[in-house]
Design a protein around this ligand. Structure first.
Ligand SMILES: [Ca+2]
Ligand SMILES: [Ca+2]
Length: 271
C-alpha cells in the first residue's frame, strides 16, 4: 500500500516537472529548431539552429531577475560555499508548438537525434546539469539532447574562483542530428563576465585571421537581429547589416587581445 502510494507520488512528480513550459520558467533558454528563416520551401528548411532571442536577457549584474538585455554577456555570481563563480542560465528548449515552420518533427530518436556539441570553451570553465553533472568542459564534448528526459534543459556555467581572473569566459556550441535528417547548425557562442572585443567572432579573446574568416561568411548579410545574435556579433554595431562599419570596428581591434580588460563580476554571494 505504502509502496503504491510512493509509486503514484513519483508519477505525479514526474508529470509535474515534465510539463514545465518555457512560459513558466523565469530563466533564459536558447530554442532549438530548424528552418531559421521561418519560411517553408527555402534552402534552410532542414537546417538546425538555435534561436538566441533570449540570450543575455538577464545580463544586468545588479538585477539578475530583470529582462534587461543590458549587456552582451552573462554576469557570473560568487558562490561562497563552493568558492566559485557561476550562473544558472541559459538552458536549452525546443521551439514552441505555436511555431510549426521552425519546430522539429515530433519523435526524438526516430525522426531525429539532436546532439549538442561543444567546439570551444574557456580553460577552467564548465557547463553542468543537476541530473548529469559536468556535461561540457573541453572541446569535443557532446550531449544527446534528444535522449535526455526533459527537453527543458537547465544548465549551470561555473568556474573555480582561484582560476578566475579578468579573462573572458565563453562556450561555443553547434547542434547536429545524429540520424542526419537535419543539417548541422551554425556555431553559436555564449560569453560570460565581459563582452568580447568587436570582431572577436571566433571567441578566444583575440581578433585575428580566424575571426576574419567568420566575418567574411556573413559579409553583406542584412538580416541581423537578436534571434541570430546579430550574426554571432559580425554585425558589431548591431544595426542589422554586416558592412564596412562593422569591418572598421574589427580592424580597430586587429591582433589586439582582451587580456587585462576587467570583467564584470558580481561579488555578492550567489545563495
Ligand atoms: Ca578570436
Ligand atoms: Ca552593422
Amino acid at each position: 500500500m505504502i509502496r503504491a502510494f510512493y509509486v503514484n507520488l513519483s508519477v505525479v512528480f514526474i508529470l509535474i516537472i515534465s510539463t514545465r513550459t518555457l512560459a513558466d520558467c523565469p530563466l533564459d533558454h536558447l530554442l532549438i529548431g530548424c528552418n531559421p528563416d521561418g519560411v517553408a520551401g527555402t534552402d534552410d528548411d532542414m537546417k538546425l539552429f538555435a534561436d538566441c532571442t533570449m540570450k543575455y536577457r538577464h545580463s544586468d549584474p545588479n538585477h539578475s531577475g530583470e529582462a534587461s538585455w543590458l549587456n552582451w554577456y552573462y554576469p557570473l555570481y560568487y558562490n561562497e560555499r563552493y568558492d566559485r563563480y557561476q550562473i544558472d542560465e541559459p538552458g536549452f528548449e525546443l521551439i514552441e508548438v505555436s511555431d510549426p515552420n521552425r519546430r522539429l518533427k515530433e519523435t526524438p530518436d526516430v525522426e531525429h537525434r539532436i546532439i549538442i556539441r561543444c567546439l570551444s570553451i574557456a580553460p577552467g570553465f564548465a557547463v553542468w546539469n543537476s541530473s548529469i553533472g559536468v556535461i561540457f568542459d573541453k572541446p569535443g564534448d557532446t550531449f544527446n539532447y534528444s535522449g535526455f528526459w526533459d527537453s527543458h534543459l537547465h544548465l549551470q556555467y561555473r568556474t573555480e574562483a582561484p582560476s578566475y581572473g579578468t579573462d573572458l569566459l565563453w562556450v561555443t556550441f553547434q547542434i547536429y542530428d545524429e540520424i542526419a535528417e537535419y543539417e548541422v547548425s551554425e556555431l553559436f557562442t555564449i560569453v560570460f563576465a565581459g563582452e568580447p572585443l568587436a570582431g572577436d567572432l571566433a571567441v578566444d579573446g583575440t581578433v585575428d585571421v580566424k575571426d576574419l574568416v567568420e566575418f567574411s561568411y556573413y559579409w553583406l548579410e542584412d538580416g541581423g537581429c537578436r534571434a541570430n545574435d546579430y550574426y554571432e556579433r559580425a554585425d558589431a554595431n548591431r544595426d542589422g547589416k554586416v558592412d564596412f562599419c562593422d569591418f572598421a570596428l574589427m580592424a580597430s581591434n586587429w591582433e589586439n587581445s582582451r587580456a587585462g580588460v576587467s570583467g564584470n563580476l558580481n561579488s555578492e554571494n550567489y545563495e
